[in-house]
Write a protein of this length. Structure first.
Length: 89
């Protein structure tokens, strides 16, 4: 899977978690294209949203993360890049 595909997985998880930004074209498309990033704080992720992101990652990529592990990533791109490394390793 390429980086855009991983970004799509994250957007899907954010959407499932009810994060409104993930549905807005002015965020979604630039993020998928690698032209926009966001912190988890900026997106206002609650515990449900964090859980949905982790579920999306596990289902699509087979990588298990606990919701509290997302705190170690400063932004969506940091998470996406780490997932890319894990998939390549």
């Amino acid at each position: 899977m390429d980086l855009r595909g991983i970004r799509q997985v994250l957007i899907d998880g954010l959407e499932a978690g009810g994060v409104g930004e993930a549905r807005r074209a002015d965020f979604r498309e630039p993020y998928l294209d690698g032209k926009r990033d966001a912190t988890f704080d900026e997106l206002g992720l609650d515990s449900l949203a964090r859980m949905e992101v982790c579920i999306a990652i596990e289902v699509a990529l087979g990588i298990s993360l606990a919701p509290e592990e997302l705190q170690r990533y400063h932004s969506l791109d940091m998470l996406a890049n780490d997932l890319m490394v894990r998939l390549a390793g």
